[in-house]
Design a protein around this ligand. Structure first.
Ligand code: NAD
Length: 377
């Protein structure tokens, strides 16, 4: 990327991209007013493209960071999500496809998609799979604009596949980073900890996947268990884009639930460990939470209720939840069961990816800052 500059808050180093850009010839008064909000040079200016399950959460998370400023999100169609963004004073930049519907439904439009791109240091692209690739080629590469992509895109879209606690450093100053999928993020967080502590020679894991997200009335099995008929499922190879020396073989089935995924994991350890050792390890691993039968957390439904009781935004549980009573050791084989809140666990990763790509070199500090903003450890 272009010239880099030092001296930002918290040691952030980031591209001075916005200073190189021509000022907008404002197409509307409404948009020219927005320009004054865009002027805080101390902040990393972030745009979110795609305002669905992941994008709306990333946008809210960006707004909570003391070193970031959400410049706006894209509106690609009209829905209650756009009304909610407007009510939250989030600037909406219309795609060509979305402009007419947004205007027809009275959603104020701050500018065009391309104008959003011209006023940010970095984009987080949260569009459905394959759209990110099109955007990269058509918009981000010609502008030399940094972009974070999501797990639906192929690994080749980015220089690095990313899970903060595993390989933050690999993303420092990179232009294109892919936050791996929710399942892969869940596997990476816990397997990385186990591998560092005991060494892992092989992993066999089964993903029991939610059929659709809670709001989604279009997808999902309603009265079926649907096996993924490929061996391995894509998750194992995806884990190995981050944990390169851990051989992981996965299978997957989709089931009639929308709340969370569950993983049943068997890891062959290189050194001896007890259940207590593993429990202690997970208790101190960031973004992992031990849940217990004793506390009446016997299901994904109770985990979600717990998240609501904690007062989490949208009732989210970004931590990977491991059942204490589900940890077992037989010889060198470690068994454990974990639940993944697919809507939220990748959101902190997007925040850390932004910092790393903008040149913030302290992984531990970034993870701490992000965790604090989510109320987790
Ligand atoms: P979604 O369908 O909920 O949201 C996608 C959004 O992108 C929608 O608001 C849609 O209007 C918008 N969009 C579509 N085409 C666009 C375009 N050309 N320009 C701008 N916006 C456009 O999808 P999602 O579940 O948030 O998934 C987004 C990405 O995150 C995918 O790569 C997915 O694999 C990944 N991901 C999803 C989950 C999950 O459980 N939902 C978890 C982890 C990662």
């Amino acid at each position: 990327m272009a010239e880099m500059r030092r001296g930002r808050p918290c040691g952030v180093t980031y591209s001075s991209r916005s200073e190189r850009l021509p000022r907008l010839c404002c197409c509307s008064f409404q948009y020219s007013k927005k320009l004054s909000v865009m002027g805080d040079a101390k902040m990393i200016k972030v745009g979110v493209v795609g305002y669905g399950t992941i994008g709306k959460r990333v946008a809210d998370a960006v707004r909570k960071q003391s070193d970031m400023q959400l410049i706006g999100v894209t509106g690609n169609s009209y829905s209650f999500r756009m009304d909610a963004a407007h009510e939250k004073n989030i600037s909406i930049f219309a795609t060509e496809e979305g402009k007419a519907a947004l205007e027809k439904n009275g959603v104020p439009v701050a500018g065009t998609f391309e104008q959003l791109l011209d006023h940010v240091d970095i984009i987080v692209d949260c569009t459905p799979k394959k759209v990110g690739k099109e955007h990269k080629e058509k918009y981000y590469l010609p502008r030399k604009l940094k972009a974070v992509f999501q797990g639906g895109e192929k690994p080749s879209i980015a220089q690095v596949s990313f899970t903060a606690q595993c390989n933050y450093n690999d993303a420092i100053n990179k232009d294109y980073v892919r936050v791996v999928s929710c399942n892969t993020t869940g596997l990476n967080r816990t397997l990385d900890a186990v591998h560092r502590a005991f060494g892992v020679s092989a992993v066999h894991a089964t993903m029991i996947r939610r059929g659709a997200d809670p709001w989604d009335i279009r997808h999902g099995p309603m009265n079926a268990i649907v096996p993924v008929l490929e061996m391995p499922s894509h998750h194992g190879p995806d884990v190995m884009t981050v944990l390169k020396d851990v051989p992981v073989f996965t299978t997957a089935v989709s089931v009639s639930t929308s709340l969370m995924h569950v993983h049943n994991i068997i890891a062959d350890l290189k050194t001896e460990a007890t259940v207590q050792d593993v429990l202690h390890l997970f208790q101190k691993t960031t973004r992992v939470r031990i849940v217990t039968n004793d506390a009446w957390i016997r299901s994904t439904a109770e985990i979600m209720e717990y998240a609501r009781d904690l007062g989490r935004d949208r009732g989210d549980m970004p931590e990977i939840c491991i059942w204490k009573e589900g940890i077992g050791i037989v010889g060198h084989k470690l068994f454990y069961m974990q639940a993944i809140h697919q809507e939220s666990n990748v959101i902190p990763e997007n925040i850390d990816a932004i910092r790393a790509m903008m040149g913030f070199t302290d992984a531990k500090k970034s993870i701490e800052m992000t965790n604090k903003s989510f109320g987790m450890r």
